[in-house]
Design a protein around this ligand. Structure first.
Ligand SMILES: [Cu+2]
Length: 132
């Protein structure tokens, strides 16, 4: 396959993944690769949910996350490593956003949630799936 057609296969697969993701309770999105080598994604913190709630990252490395608070109240974004240790915890104000730069050193499922009382149990949580 020519490099060009490989690229199109990827774009089409990504589009299908996005469509399938939209059918669920939330959104699944793949982090965009940056020329510097890491990946970037924007996560919206709404009322008791994160969107996307599932993020796919192609491989281990730096992930830049913009956490946008689109709700009318205070929210939190806490990210844990594969062993349950907190990597980052930030509080974007209503209408504001915070950039979180985090190193995800190995493949696996990293979980995130909002630490405000009851928010996580009401659905305000998600995961970042890092591939090999
Ligand atoms: Cu919250």
């Amino acid at each position: 396959m020519r490099p060009d057609s490989k690229r199109w296969v990827f774009v089409i697969l990504a589009a299908i993944a996005t469509l399938v993701g939209c059918a669920g309770r939330g959104k699944v999105q793949t982090a965009a690769p940056m020329s510097s080598g890491g990946s970037i994604i924007t996560i919206e913190a709404g009322n008791y949910k994160f969107s996307p709630h599932e993020i796919r990252v192609a491989k281990p490395g730096l992930l830049a996350i913009e956490v946008k608070n689109v709700s009318g109240s205070e929210q939190n974004f806490t990210l844990k490593d594969l062993h349950g240790k907190i990597l980052k915890s930030v509080y974007p104000h209503p209408g504001g956003s915070v950039i979180v730069n985090v190193e995800l050193p190995e493949p696996g499922v990293y979980t995130f949630y909002c630490d405000k009382a009851f928010h996580s149990s009401l659905g305000m949580h998600g995961q970042i799936i890092v591939g090999r």
